[in-house]
Write a protein that binds this ligand. Structure first.
Ligand code: GLN
Length: 246
């Protein structure tokens, strides 16, 4: 008999970094695992707390207001060597909005102050003059079906990717990374950064399952993730798709 599948999900800074239902992403991951009889534990880590990285199979970090980003930025940079080593080894991570920005090299807040990022992504973020707010539809570069991702953005920062980091997709609705080059989000190794709040994963179950399959592979379980019926989740996905300009 093989090893029993199980997963440990690390939710980083849930107190400061949790906007517009971001926590729902963690719930979606653990519920979709549970439906497949894969038990999962959700571990949280706030500023200054210790973490046993060998126990972590998947990392989630949500968005935050500038003030909250400034409260966690130094701690995030301090833990970066341990985190980055694992990300480069294939540990999956989903980073939304303010977290996505801090995975890059730097984040300029609305008041002009610059926060350091951890530099995992070849990206930087500058303050914009007007907030980007509204529904978003993305045609993704990821090999998932359908190829669309839907969500809601609300950010002041404009993110620019360098050549070493691939975009998550192209916006069909909304502003995305910077409102200029049509790019949305970033993908590097098994790390996904995106501006999509929502929560994102409940209405993008195909993305949730990709992250779960990466986490299982990282833990050494290579068997395929069993398909699940996702009619309600995809109905929610369709509602946002229908808002695309024709
Ligand atoms: N404070 C950042 C910005 O405004 C991130 C906002 C967010 O996470 N929604 O760009």
């Amino acid at each position: 008999m093989g090893k029993e599948r199980r997963l440990n999900i690390l939710h980083l800074y849930p107190e400061q970094m949790n906007l517009y239902g971001d926590r729902g992403n963690v719930l979606a991951l653990s519920q979709r695992a549970r439906w497949r009889e894969i038990p999962s534990a959700i571990v949280t880590r706030e500023v200054g707390e210790p973490i046993d990285w060998d126990m972590v199979d998947l990392v989630f970090m949500g968005g935050g207001e500038d003030t909250h980003q400034s409260l966690i930025a130094a701690d995030f940079v301090e833990m970066a060597p341990e985190l980055v080593a694992r990300l480069q080894d294939g540990m999956p991570m989903l980073a939304i909005c303010g977290a996505f920005q801090l995975l890059g090299r730097s984040y300029q807040a609305a008041d002009g102050r610059e926060l350091p990022g951890i530099g995992f992504l070849d990206a930087y973020t500058k303050a914009g003059t007007k907030r980007a707010i509204g529904d978003v539809v993305v045609q993704t570069t990821l090999d998932i079906k359908p190829r669309t991702l839907v969500g809601f953005e609300n950010h002041g920062g404009r993110t620019y990717l360098g050549a070493a980091t691939q975009r998550l997709g192209v916006v069909q609705l909304g502003q995305g990374n910077n409102g200029v080059d049509q790019s949305e989000g970033a993908v590097q190794d098994h790390v996904i950064g995106t501006y999509l709040h929502g929560s994102l994963l409940p209405k993008n179950p195909h993305l949730a399952d990709l992250l779960l399959s990466w986490a299982l592979a990282y833990r050494g379980f290579d068997d395929l993730l069993e398909p699940l019926p996702s009619h309600e989740e995809m109905a929610a996905h369709q509602v946002v798709l229908a808002r695309r300009r024709n």
